[in-house]
Write a protein that binds this ligand. Sequence first.
Ligand SMILES: Cc1cc2nc3c(=O)[nH]c(=O)nc-3n(C[C@H](O)[C@H](O)[C@H](O)COP(=O)(O)OP(=O)(O)OC[C@H]3O[C@@H](n4cnc5c(N)ncnc54)[C@H](O)[C@@H]3O)c2cc1C
Length: 568
Amino acid sequence: MTFGAIRRSVSTGVLSYRHQPCRRTFSARAIRDFDVIIVGGGPVGLALASGLGSYRMVRESLKVALVEAGDLSRTRDWTLPPDSYSNRVSSITNSSRVFLEDIGVWELVDKSCTCPVKEMQVWDGLSDARITFDAVNLPSSGVSNAAESSEMARLTENLNLQRALLRHLESIRSIELLQKTRVESIQREDRDGGHGWPLVHLSDGTTLRARLLVGADGFNSPVRAYAGIHSYGWSYDVRAVVATLNHSPRGAFQGPNHTAYQRFLPTGPIAFLPLSPTVSSLVWSTKPALAEALCRADPSVLAHMVNAAFRLPEVSVRYLHNLILDAHSRGTSISGEDICNEIAFREKSHNIPGYSAYSSVSSMLSPGVPSNDAMAVPPLVTSTQSGTIASFPLKFNHAESYLGEGANNRTVLVGDAAHTIHPLAGQGLNLGLGDVRSLVQCIVRSVAHGGDIGSYTSLRPYAAERYFTNHKVMSAVDKLHKLYSSTWDPVVWARSIGLEVVNELDSVKAALMMDAGAGNLERPQWDLLADGIKGVSSGLSTAKMLGQGIGVVFNTGINEIARRLGQH
Ligand SMILES: Cc1cc2nc3c(=O)[nH]c(=O)nc-3n(C[C@H](O)[C@H](O)[C@H](O)COP(=O)(O)OP(=O)(O)OC[C@H]3O[C@@H](n4cnc5c(N)ncnc54)[C@H](O)[C@@H]3O)c2cc1C
């Protein structure tokens, strides 16, 4: 496994997004003044605008604009036929949902197209060690609706959430949405004869002046570049293949399709996220070459491969990957029928009985009483929805600060502009919504006390609250990715024992779920997870160096977990 070199950068558009004072003069009419300018109308930027607009005090005293390069009216009018789903789906945690309820947005989300997650099954692709999280172990989540409070998270298409945010914003007249408009450059106004504030030059020729400039503009954030904020990170040698999957419904004797599944293969985790009784969403992180081959092959190949990736032993999954890669490198593509036959042959050679849920061919033919292992794997995928197969590069990136430094910088970052994370724990958007909740409170407090909302002093509580909270989650998720990418036997052994031990400890599992946002309490359990993983991996390298054997490894990890548990 290789990781790209750590990158520390101020992004690419330094010339366009410069911080030097602007000596050009603009006529007073050409410049429009705003108290808050949000660059980026992705889910996080829209949530910030909605959050601010939900406060009467803000509506009455601040002029807010949101600038988005894309077409927001298409998102507002977005609709799909029944049982069709778009391919970008996020697990909205209970913490995020409480925030969206509080600002009046959750009621505008089309709930009939969302799906509760009541159970999660996660297992090791090499050892099959498994952990099951069940929402019944959760304490009260703070969600207002009793039925919804018994969930760990709710799977929601990003477009469904963005449409709800736009509908909410329609009712808030004081917030101006500038869509199909790019931020071309940002400069600092000359202090002589001006305020020394950020000047935002738009593709339609307009210039806006911001008391506070918010970067909600994603990974390549122009605002981050303007503010001179460095970021560090790396590109995982992995792409996430996404698709909307059609599958058979669960049988009469099985539970509803409310279980999310994730299997950690050495090439990356594959996740199956329920959307309706017969539709689920795929996020399969894998090597770029395989991602490309899967995206280019006949869609039936991906459907068969998803079934195999959750069912077959890793050695056979690897063999199938190589078949697909070989065909792709020859400029051809394996057919759905050939891959299906190969899977059937491999199931036979692994002695997987036809009545088992692990049999992808025969179990389709047995709709009667389900086998004992029926809920251990996702339902069988029959096809993918048209046009939904795509892939995205995965990265880790964290800005070194969320606030631009220096007098009159007046910039702040939220969402992916501040932090980008591997999707294996479904936390990226949830962290962004956490940023929004905190920044809204910070701005409202500043307005209430008559402060300058763009000043470093006013914004410092936001950065103080969010930076290390986000860092802990990012660090834990990054370590999980690295831990599960290893095929070294002692690592597999240690992580598998660790997983099975934790699986027996309901209180630890509840704590992990709470801190993953399933509850509504802020508790530092991500510390525990990160340090526990660090303990396992540092124990491993020590063990390797000193040749002391794997007992040390396991003890180090578990002792660390036990020590941290004692502190909370
Ligand atoms: C495969 C995958 C699965 C994921 N699953 C989950 C999940 O289950 N749960 C979860 O919490 N997170 C998940 N995430 C992460 C989540 O999708 C992101 O964290 C989230 O979309 C970030 O939103 P954002 O608004 O900060 O940034 P973006 O969505 O990147 O939005 C940035 C916006 O800024 C605009 N913009 C950029 N430059 C300019 C400019 N110069 N002028 C004007 N506008 C500009 C862009 O057009 C864009 O609309 C997943 C990510 C991936 C890749």
